[in-house]
Write a protein that binds this ligand. Structure first.
Ligand code: NDP
Length: 434
């Protein structure tokens, strides 16, 4: 605790994984040799840097940039960049730690990392966003590379920001190194279905989880928090599976539509106009209403898919959801459910999919983007989505079977932690004390 003081999210993430490992160490004591557990909790490298930029009025601003290169036993560091005022080193470390196991679960050759800045993109012009991204990469570029570290998007970083970062990387290095960033636009080396992958992937995972009880999405009421990249494509896939999305949100409030959320309208508001979700109720009129503040988890549903940010679903919310008859929870965001809430769901017999497994579809498709870049190829949407579906089913089955093997059937948290850990631990043992 003293070594990582003031980093509560990092403690939370490490604690949650270590809690699962007792059973694996009892069976395979060699995984605790050579300080392997201590090494796996210590990032290989942390980069913290100044990001100076000028706003449209010529005023200077300084933000702090981070890249935590957590573990490269399985492949080059891989993980998103987050721009949000709440970003600090503890948050980036928790995300990098989680990413290491998530990436291992995909079965693809990628290590774990995360990065970002405390920059707040809200209300900034396009030109300001571009200058910020250029300044951010002007420092970070020397630590990146297709064989070294390959960032992608996260909160506050979508296709526009990746484009500006890639442009600056190309300019600084004089190399068209397409595989250095993922989540790129289709016109310059991006992959079809990458934008959709995290939300679609979580929906596939929950579909597999429901199937273990002979259930489907058909006719189910679903609540999806957030209205960003992950939330939008979760809603799209849920609707295509016959589910009815009742509500979505942003950090100011949530909107409920008794007729089911109109996704075209959400996309217009969030992706085109870049406005607040409150606009939805104003533009939609009948059947829709907006609640400022409050908790979206008060809305009754069968399936909850938290897709905004960490610790957004608390113990109190979990009790409300259980009381309202929730049957499954799929984490689209990273660690959105607090530890006491996870316990409440598990004790109530609710199917619970942890983010490091359920939201791995994004990074898995990023790895497919790297494959396409390496072979100078470009796959169709259907081909890429079919690979994503197979990968998500594989992750589901690995978690399910590992939980059974270790005497905790149906505990996807334990299954994901052990399955991810074993893969990283095997590689680290093989590589020696590094
Ligand atoms: P976006 O920036 O596209 O969307 C984030 C959404 O969450 C917005 O609606 C935002 O509202 C809301 N949100 C952000 N911070 C808060 C907060 N502190 N309180 C309440 N609401 C908040 O990000 P993504 O959709 O890409 O990411 C969402 C989550 O999914 C994150 O946890 C991310 O780490 C995780 N994830 C993303 C992947 C990806 O491929 N993009 C892959 C795997 C995980 P507002 O506009 O008001 O800020």
């Amino acid at each position: 605790l003293r070594r990582n003081a003031g980093e509560p999210e990092f403690h939370q993430a490490v604690h949650e994984v270590l809690e699962s490992l007792g059973r694996v160490i009892a069976k395979r004591p060699e995984y605790a040799e050579q300080a392997l557990i201590e090494r796996i909790c210590e990032p290989e490298r942390q980069i913290i840097f100044r990001v100076p930029w000028a706003d449209d009025k010529g005023r200077a601003h300084i933000n702090r940039g981070f890249r935590v290169q957590f573990n490269s036993a399985l492949g080059p560091y891989k993980g998103g960049i987050r721009f949000h005022p709440s970003v600090n080193v503890g948050i980036i470390k928790f995300l990098g730690f989680e990413q290491t196991f998530k990436n291992a679960l995909t079965g693809m050759p990628i290590g774990g990392a995360k990065g970002g800045s405390d920059f707040d993109p809200k209300g900034r012009s396009d030109a300001e966003i571009m200058r910020f991204c250029q300044s951010f990469i002007t420092e970070l570029y020397r630590h990146l590379g297709e064989y070294t570290d390959v960032p992608a998007g996260d909160i506050g970083v979508g296709g526009r920001e990746i484009g500006y970062m890639f442009g600056q990387y190309k300019r600084l290095t004089n190399r068209y190194e397409a595989g250095v960033l993922t989540g790129k636009g289709l016109s310059y080396g991006g992959s079809r279905a990458r934008k959709e992958a995290t939300g679609y992937g979580n929906t596939y995972f929950v579909q597999s989880m429901l199937a273990t009880r002979g259930l489907t999405f058909e006719g189910r009421k679903v609540v999806v928090s957030g209205s960003g990249n992950v939330a939008i494509y979760t809603m799209e896939k849920v609707q295509s599976f016959g589910g009815k999305v009742m509500a979505c949100s942003d950090s100011n409030g949530y909107v409920v539509d008794e007729n089911g959320i109109d996704l075209d309208l959400v996309k217009e508001i969030k992706e085109v106009r870049r406005e607040r979700i409150s606009e939805y109720a104003r533009l939609k009129g009948t059947g829709a209403h907006y609640i400022a503040g409050g908790s979206i988890w008060d809305v009754s549903c069968d399936v909850a898919m938290p897709s905004a940010t960490q610790n957004e679903l608390t113990g109190k919310d979990a009790r409300t959801l259980v009381k309202n008859g929730v049957i499954a929870v799929g984490e689209g965001a990273n660690m959105p459910t607090t530890p006491d809430a996870v316990k409440i769901f598990q004790e109530a017999g609710v199917l619970f999919a942890p983010g490091k497994a359920a939201n791995a579809g994004g990074v898995a498709t990023s790895a497919l983007e790297m494959q396409q870049n390496a072979s100078r190829d470009s796959w169709t949407f259907d081909q890429t989505e079919a690979r994503l579906a197979v990968i998500m089913r594989g992750i589901h089955d690995a978690c399910y079977e590992t939980a059974e093997e270790y005497g905790a059937p149906g505990d996807y948290v334990l299954g994901a932690n052990i399955a991810g850990f074993v893969r990283v631990a095997e590689a680290m043992r093989a590589l020696g004390l590094i």
